[in-house]
Ligand binder design. Sequence first.
Ligand code: 5AD
Ligand code: SF4
Length: 470
Amino acid sequence: METNADNSILDIQNLNIEKIKKWNDEYYNNKGKRRKFYCLTMGCQMNAHDSEKIIGMLSRMGYDKTESEQDADFIIYNTCCVRENAEEKVFGKLGVLKHLKKSNPELIIALCGCMMQEDFVIEKIKKSYRYTDIIFGTFNFHKLPELLLSRIETGSQIMDIWKEHGEIAEDTDYIREFPYRASVNIMYGCNNFCTYCIVPYVRGRERSREKSDIINEVKKLVSDGVKEITLLGQNVNSYGKNLKEPVSFAQLLREVNKIDGLERIRFMTSHPKDLSDELIYAMRDCEKVCNYLHLPFQSGSSRILEKMNRRYTKEKYLSLIEKIRKEIPDIMISTDIIVGFPQETDEDFEETLDVVRKAGFSTAFTFIYSKRIGTPAAVMEGQVDDKTAHRRFDRLLEVLNDGIRRVQEPKIGKVYDVLVEKISSQEGTVSGRSTDNTLIHFNGGKELIGTTVPVKILENKTFYLIGERI
Ligand code: 5AD
Ligand code: SF4
C-alpha cells in the first residue's frame, strides 16, 4: 500500500537525519558554533516549495541558516532549466565556489532541481565541476539526508539522478518562508509537451496527490496559523484525473473552501485548454478562492500556438476570458507570454499585442524564447534572431505596461482587504496583497504582518498601488 511505502521513505529519512544531527551536535560541542547552510532557489514556485522542504530537512539535521555563501559549511543550489540564462548563472556561480572550496576544504556543495535532470548538464559537471559533492534531481530530494551521510562517510562525490518518479513522499515537515502563507503541492509533473518547454522531461508525467492527503495538509497548516494557501501544480486543471477514484480540481477547491480558519485560496498554474465551466463556477461560488487567475496564453497567433502544441486558438483564449469575466466580474487575470518562438513573424507578434490589448491583464510574465535542448522547438526551422526578439520584447512591455496601468486605475478611491506580508523599504510602510493579487503599500508597522486590514487606494504606480489604512 502507498501509505506504507511513504512511511518507509520517511523512516529512512528520519534515521539519516538523526545521524547527521549527531555529527553536527558534536561539532557544536567542540567548536561552540553550529554548522551553517546556504540555499539558493531559482525558478518557479514549485522549486521554492521544494526548497522549503530541503530547508526543513537541513534544520532538522542541526544546521543553522546563513545568507552568506562565505559563511556556509553546506551550500545547495536548487536549479531551474526553463530558460538558458538561469543555467548559465549556475555554471558562473559554480566557478566562484571552486575558490571558496579551496579556502575551506570542509565545504560541501550540493546541486539539485530541474537542471540536474538534463544529461548534458550532468556530463558537464562530471567533466568540469568535479569538486561539487552531491548531485540529485527533482524526483528524489527526500533522499538528501541519505546522500549527505554517504558524502560525509565516503568523502567522494555522490550523484543520484532518477529518470522517473517513485512513490510520492508524504512529507509535510517543512519550514515555511512565511508563517501565514503556504504552498501545497497537489500534483507533480506535466503531460502537455508544449514544444518549447523542458518541464515534462525533467519533472516527469502528471501524478496527483490523494485529495485526503491534501485536505489534511491544509488543515494542519491552518492550525499552525496559515491564512492563505496556494495549491501548486504545473497544470492544476487536470488534477485528479489519474487517481484511483478520480476527483476534479473544481471538486478539490470546493472541499478546501470548507476548511475552517482558512481565509484565502490561490492556485497555479492553469492551462487554458483544460479550464472547465465547472472550475469557473467553483471559483465564483467559493468565497475563499481569490478573485485572481494566472492563465498563460504564450502567443496571440493561432498559427504559432499550434506549433507550440498549446491546443487552443487566439479566439478560444479570448472567449474563455470573456466567459470568466461574466461569472466573476472583478477578477484580475495575469499571464505568461513568449516572444521570438521559431517562425514568429511581425504579423504573428501583432496578434500577441492584440490579445494583450483586449484581455486586460493585471500583470504578466514575459519571456524571450530560449532554445532548450531536447525539446521539439529547438530543432524547428526559422529560429528568430536575437535582435528581432529583443525588439518585439521591448514593444510588448510598452503595450503591456500601458494596459496594466489602465486595469489598475479604477481602483483609486476603492477599499481592498490586504493581507500584510512585510515591512516595505520606505519607513513606516508595509506591503501586502489584495485577494486579486495586487501589491499594495500603505502606512503601518510590523505588528500588522499576517493580519488582513482594509486599505483605501490613493495612487496607481502600475506595478503596485499606494493606499492608506482606514
Ligand atoms: N523559452 C522561453 N520561455 C519559456 N517558458 C517555458 N519554456 C520556455 C522557453 N523555452 C515560459 C512559459 C511558461 C513559463 C513558466 O516559462 O511562458 O509559462
Ligand atoms: Fe511546460 Fe506546457 Fe507543461 Fe506548462 S503546460 S509545464 S509550459 S509543457
